[in-house]
Design a binder for this molecule. Structure first.
Ligand code: FAD
Length: 282
């Protein structure tokens, strides 16, 4: 059974009516593959939310930017508000698969699927985003850090939809990036990804480093972040932060890379991000 809905209310009614087996489908780029390969049952009903226009688009508020959960990677890649304020989101969505996947795949699907390699998980965590979850019982808001619970596990409860993601506007002097290591530049999920932000006011006054594909869920490395505060991103400070990151991650071997390769890449990504920031801001 396939039920297409065009409003949030209709989606919530459908989920309540169809019961716990019902599967939400947005762009379908994860769900359809999971149904084809057997990791999701093919017989369960689908609730197609892809045409709910109130859940799509980017808007700028006085303190935060709201990204509708149904915004596609193409929407994010081409959005001028995100380009001006949150370039790491633009960079992350630009690396998701090829253009066909970016055309239909959504930020909400990327986040709710909760693959350890999902490209948007790291920017969300780095930017301290809030996820807006709505059910027929009302609305709740969760920090990204509390949403991702493990590999393919989130705090989303049955009958809930992620409707939007709210991201605080970065402080003046912020510089950020998303860097992804993959075997190819397109159609490849991350071997390691890093979303980094440095706030520079003479020296670094704040740093945030969030990785994907090095643990069951996206992770920050607070010790490394703190170690960069007060520095001018000198080579030794960058190297020390890279070492702290490498010792904090817990990657696995899989068909794309070994754990030891992933660990060795981590300090290189920290250096690449910090050097790029230093050349522009410090
Ligand atoms: C060829 C190919 C290449 C890919 N490359 C990458 C890559 O490089 N990087 C990467 O990160 N991913 C990649 N992916 C995975 C996928 O495209 C992305 O994760 C995409 O963003 C998923 O979005 P979707 O709308 O298609 O999700 P769907 O498949 O529709 O849904 C995914 C999951 O999220 C749930 N869901 C979706 N939206 C909501 C919502 N609003 N509220 C509650 N639950 C929801 C669904 O129930 C399902 O469990 C690739 C996929 C393909 C097929």
């Amino acid at each position: 059974m396939f039920r297409a809905v065009t409003t949030v209310d209709a989606a919530l009614r459908a989920l309540d009516e169809l019961g716990p087996g019902a599967q939400v489908i947005a762009g379908g780029t994860d769900v359809m593959i999971q149904r084809m390969t057997g990791s999701l049952s093919k017989s369960e009903p689908l609730v197609h939310i892809g045409r709910i226009s109130e859940m799509r688009g980017v808007s700028l508020g006085s303190e935060s930017i709201t990204i509708g959960a149904l915004s596609t990677h193409r929407d994010i890649r081409t959005d001028p508000i995100l380009a001006a304020h949150l370039p790491s989101f633009v960079q992350a969505s630009s690396t998701v698969g090829g253009w066909q996947t970016q055309e239909v795949g959504t930020i909400g699907g990327n986040v709710c699927n909760a693959s350890p390699a999902a490209d948007l998980g790291a920017p969300l965590l780095m930017a301290q985003a809030t996820l807006v979850l709505v059910s027929s019982g009302g609305e709740r808001r969760l920090q990204a850090a509390d949403f991702f619970l493990g590999r393919r596990q989130t705090a989303l409860e049955f009958g809930e939809l992620l409707t939007a993601i709210e991201v605080p506007i970065p402080a003046p002097g912020s510089w950020e990036t998303y860097i992804k290591i993959g075997r190819r530049s397109a159609m490849e999920v991350a071997i390691v990804g890093l979303a980094a932000r440095f706030v520079v006011d003479g020296a670094v006054s704040a740093a945030r480093l969030a990785f994907c594909s090095v643990a069951p869920r996206p992770m920050r490395v607070p010790d490394a972040e703190v170690s960069l505060v007060g520095t001018m991103l000198e080579d030794e400070a960058i190297a020390a932060a890279g070492r702290l990151c490498a010792s904090a991650v817990s990657p696995i071997d899989d068909q794309r890379a070994t754990a030891s390769y992933r660990t060795s890449v981590v300090p290189r990504l920290v250096r690449q991000a910090a050097e790029a920031c230093r050349s522009e801001l410090v």
